[in-house]
Unconditional design. Structure first.
Length: 585
């Protein structure tokens, strides 16, 4: 019995030693320390995650405070998935986020883990919180051939990609109350470097958590993605909610990647994701859409590439070029997928989303004003210095969407722009600009444009011009008005009294058009576009020009050019009055 107890005690002690330990290692003559956790029955060739604490914190705090809640811990994630996690200690509770001191420390830890636990060198992952996240970004260019995927929690990027850095998977997690405006601009260079779509796929209420929104930019070279988990109103912290537990999110992201590429990859070269075709007054002009893709297999050959519209198989190809033409894409949202299969039966896929919209009533131009600090999908802005094309987010200054929160506000969301130079047409917000992924096709007819526009910081009010233009910039129609409200330079201010403007114009030739809101041609003139909609009212009238007599009288004319003898019409309808089309309601 005594020997049995001794054996059991020895086994328990061995388990404790193997499970969690504080260890030291000498790097460049300095003794460095770290905590390591390894599950029981780990086996060989298992992954390694290195996660670095924030400024003025340490490994114990990171492991025992921020990666635990009442029901789950990082250790339990490791136990289930069977990987090793290391929490290093920075010198003076800080990190060298620009040099090589701590890069060498991380490399030394990897070598120690390879000897001690025989980890899989192709599945090493690195992440960090706050300053540890900044160290993680510093490691990308320097360790991209050693580490398979990178994660930052509330730690902004301090570097941009080197040209020789491989495409790298990145997960960033950050609260919107924690300098969130700087995240998107910092991620954009990595999104572009990886060859990911610049339009993100957005998942609201991520994992059933109303406070989380997931942004996915993919699929880039070698199937890599850039992901951002946005935590509403959260500050500088590690999310431990049951639905979005940070430890699980890190593992679920990283486990998809390895330096040893085996699965085939496929990418759409055309079209781009997020395309939206809006056609008013007729059938969509989209007679066909060409799908093209490239595919590769790192350890074999591509067998087939198949295209799908949703679950419907469109075509399968067993050799290049991988290209298919969809005829007469129907209205609605289409998730188009390309699926590659290699000679070993492994698969990979990518997708793009294309929308075909044919509104029969009002089309709301502002329907994508849903993300504060963004230039929305379908819109482009210019302020005399910088052009921005949506969708792009993370802006804390310049042209962007505001969420108005004053106790009195005429509209909740608005797109702001300004004219920094005072130049002609040097400040605008434009819907369906030729650089956007939204097209607006108008068929011949009478149209009504309704909008509510305020000034942002113009106590004396500054005029605004609204215009309908073709893709060459030629004006089909324009009019100028002066807003009747001013926000007062802060989204939290009260503002009221914004007039709903109504404008009428004719389209005589089917074509692609843009709707532009111009500031005045004066330095720091501005505008905020609120609710705006366009509606086709009927066919083109018989009036092609307005005569001088029509302009200089208070009389009303019908759309056949006949004067209404009794003055203002008693019947509802569209009329000509003082040279403008008006609606009598």
């Amino acid at each position: 019995m005594g020997n049995r107890i001794k054996v059991l005690l020895t086994a328990v002690l061995t388990m404790m030693v193997c499970a969690v330990a504080a260890e030291n290692i000498t790097v460049n003559g300095t003794v460095r320390s770290y905590n390591v956790y390894a599950p029981m029955n780990l086996g060989e060739n298992r992954p390694l995650l290195i996660f670095c604490h924030g400024y003025n914190q340490d490994a114990n705090w990171m492991q025992n405070s921020e990666f635990k809640n009442e029901t789950v811990s990082m250790e339990s994630v490791c136990d289930t998935a069977k990987f090793v996690v290391v929490f290093p200690n920075g010198i003076g509770k800080a990190w060298d986020i620009g040099g090589d001191r701590d890069i060498n420390f991380i490399k030394a830890i990897i070598e120690k883990m390879a000897t001690q636990y025989k980890i899989d060198r192709n599945r090493i992952y690195m992440g960090g919180f706050s300053m540890g996240g900044m160290l993680t970004y510093n490691a990308i260019n320097k360790m991209h051939n050693i580490i398979a995927a990178f994660v930052s929690c509330s730690g902004p990027s301090v570097v941009t990609p080197n040209s020789n850095t491989r495409p790298v998977p990145i997960l960033h997690i950050q609260g919107t109350a924690d300098n969130f405006g700087g995240v998107q601009p910092a991620l954009n260079p990595w999104i572009q470097h990886n060859g990911c779509s610049t339009t993100d796929k957005v998942i609201d209420n991520y994992n059933g958590f109303s406070g989380a929104k997931l942004h996915i930019w993919g699929s880039g070279e070698n199937g890599v993605e850039v992901r951002l988990i946005e935590l509403k109103d959260k500050g500088h912290w590690i999310c431990k909610e049951p639905q979005v537990y940070t430890g699980k999110e890190i593992w679920n992201f990283c486990k998809r990647y390895s330096l040893e590429l085996k699965d085939p990859t496929v990418r759409f070269t055309t079209p781009q994701s997020g395309l939206r075709y809006v056609t008013i007054g007729g059938a969509t002009e989209l007679g066909y859409l060409t799908l093209t893709a490239t595919a590769s297999d790192p350890d074999g050959q591509v067998a087939t590439v198949a295209f799908y519209d949703g679950k419907q198989l469109l075509a399968t190809f067993d050799k290049e070029p991988y290209s298919y033409v969809i005829q007469g894409l129907t209205k609605g949202e289409h998730t188009l997928r390309a699926v590659v299969t290699d000679d070993e039966g492994r698969t990979g896929s990518c997708e793009v989303v294309v929308s075909v919209v044919e509104p029969t009533t009002n089309y709301l131009l502002q329907q994508t004003f849903t993300t504060e600090g963004s230039v929305p999908e379908g819109w482009a802005t210019y302020d005399g210095n910088e052009r921005r094309v949506g969708f792009a987010s993370g802006f804390s200054s310049g042209s962007r969407v505001f969420h108005f929160t004053g106790s009195k506000h005429d509209f909740e969301w608005g797109l702001y722009t300004r004219n920094t130079t005072g130049g002609k047409k040097s400040g605008y917000a434009r819907f369906a600009d030729k650089a956007t992924q939204t097209t607006l096709t108008l068929y011949p007819g009478n149209y009504r444009l309704m909008c509510r526009v305020a000034n942002w910081n113009q106590a004396g009010f500054s005029p605004v011009t609204v215009a309908v233009e073709d893709m060459t910039g030629k004006e089909l129609w324009k009019d100028t008005f002066t807003p009747t409200s001013n926000v007062g330079n802060a989204a939290s201010n009260d503002f009221s009294g914004t007039t709903t403007e109504s404008f009428f114009f004719d389209v005589t030739e089917k074509g692609r058009y843009a709707i532009t809101f111009y500031t005045a041609d004066a330095s720091w003139a501005d505008l905020v576009v609120g609710p705006a909609a366009i509606h086709r009212m009927g066919n083109v009238t018989g009036i092609s020009t307005v005569t001088a007599g029509m302009k200089n009288t208070d009389a009303y004319y019908n759309l056949n050019g006949q004067r209404v003898k009794e003055g203002q019409p008693s019947k509802k309808g569209l009329y000509i009055h003082q040279g403008r089309k008006v609606v009598v309601e």
